[in-house]
Design a protein around this ligand. Structure first.
Ligand SMILES: Cc1cc2nc3c(=O)[nH]c(=O)nc-3n(C[C@H](O)[C@H](O)[C@H](O)COP(=O)(O)O)c2cc1C
Length: 374
């Protein structure tokens, strides 16, 4: 049997195989953030595909943190019935599901939230979102830490098998962690330890509100690709070590921000040089992070397409689980196909039209032939 289909343990959660559906914003929920029938349909189909662990798209923990018009919300108890249905459709098909908890910080628009985007600091207009973030007060920081904790409680009440804290891709937690986005000189910035404090408090609030048997995972940037001062693998390794000391149950590594060089390495066509897409583009970073985290599960996302490469990195290290987003958009039954021995590479060509589509408010699907003309 392929190592890809051996069972695995994330904290106290057993998963059937080493494949993870990486969080993928679907742009499919209702405008008020509640789960829709279209979303349930998508996840029933994915769960039928034998993916070990499914992480649906990031869910905003507070109204100020909504990143897209049709993003799923987890900011109110009113969301729980829909979230329960989401967990149920996945469980009915024998899948496991972890909710990704997120706050957009500065990476959103007033048109989406009805409010001015906020962030740890204001370094001028954001190059992608055009607005200058309003600097968060201490009271707002504490409110959002509590909001992450409340969201974790809702995830458990809805029947999720765990949560993943979204600390990557330039969203709020990433902003606090990054010396580029976080220019504070108070208790929340000015040194690595202080920049880590927001995430630490979020973790503690989440852990406190989640039954012990449910794992807390994290998605962490290993490289921000900001013009200067951003997270690089050595700083990410330090943060990862501190997370292990706190009791994190698994670390998925990623890179890039929406503000600067959006998800830079994932792009095949229009970004050249060091940023250009290649198979397993976070593998070097993984090798740098693993020594810092020892036996804590390391989850690799980014350009994993070939079954043989997945097996190699699982067998020889440094990786414990393989995570994919775009390949499952194109082939929801990809895991099943691999398991049946049809091991040709995932057919996703990494064109990123799916990403362009959701950012325009279209529902996620494979748009390899191009976006609809408007
Ligand atoms: C349409 C789309 C939506 C995404 N939404 C999220 C998200 O909600 N949370 C997240 O952490 N990453 C998100 N990502 C990033 C993916 O999870 C993944 O890290 C990235 O696409 C690289 O993996 P891949 O090469 O297998 O696609 C998204 C990517 C795409 C293409």
């Amino acid at each position: 049997m392929s190592i890809l289909f051996s069972s695995y343990q994330l904290g106290q959660l057993s998963v059937a195989n080493r494949l993870l559906h990486s969080a993928t914003y679907e742009s499919m929920s209702k405008k008020n953030g509640e789960v829709s029938q279209a979303l349930l349909k998508r996840y029933r189909q994915l769960a039928r595909g034998n993916i070990g662990l499914i992480v649906p798209g990031h869910m905003h923990v507070h109204p100020t943190g909504k990143a897209g018009l049709r993003q799923t919300g987890i900011f109110s108890d009113k969301m729980i019935p829909g979230l329960k249905e989401l967990a149920s459709v996945i469980h009915e098909e024998q899948g496991k599901v972890v909710f990704q908890l997120a706050h957009a910080g500065r990476q959103t628009r007033k048109a989406v939230t009805g409010l001015d985007p906020i962030g740890p600091s204001n370094d001028g207009a954001d190059p992608t979102f055009g607005v200058e973030p309003r600097v968060m007060t201490e009271a707002e920081i504490l409110e959002l830490i509590a909001a992450f904790g409340d969201a974790a409680r809702r995830a458990a009440e809805a029947g999720a098998d765990g949560v993943q804290i979204h600390a990557a891709h330039g969203y709020l937690i990433n902003q606090f962690l990054s010396p580029f986005f976080n220019r504070r000189e108070d208790a929340w910035g000015g040194s690595d330890k202080k920049r880590f404090r927001f995430l630490k408090q979020v973790f503690l609030a989440v852990r406190k509100n989640l039954p012990q048997e449910l794992p807390v995972l994290i998605k962490l940037n290993t490289n921000d690709f900001t013009p200067r001062d951003g997270i690089q693998p050595d700083l990410a390794a330090r943060y990862a070590k501190w997370l292990v000391e706190l009791g994190i149950d698994g670390i998925e590594i990623s890179s890039g921000t929406l503000s600067y060089a959006p998800l830079a390495m994932s792009r095949k066509r229009d970004v050249a040089g060091d940023f250009a897409f290649r198979d397993g583009y976070h593998l070097e970073a993984a090798a740098m992070i693993k020594p810092a985290i020892g036996s804590t599960p390391l989850i690799l996302v980014g350009g994993m397409r070939k079954m043989e490469q997945m097996e190699t990195v699982l067998k020889n290290g440094p990786v414990d689980m393989i995570s994919m987003s775009r390949p499952f958009i194109r082939e929801p039954l990809l895991a099943k196909r691999f398991e049946s021995g049809k091991s040709q590479s995932a057919s996703c060509v990494s064109c990123n039209n799916c990403l362009a589509a959701v950012r325009l408010g279209l529902p996620v699907k494979c748009y390899v032939r191009g976006l609809p003309q408007t």
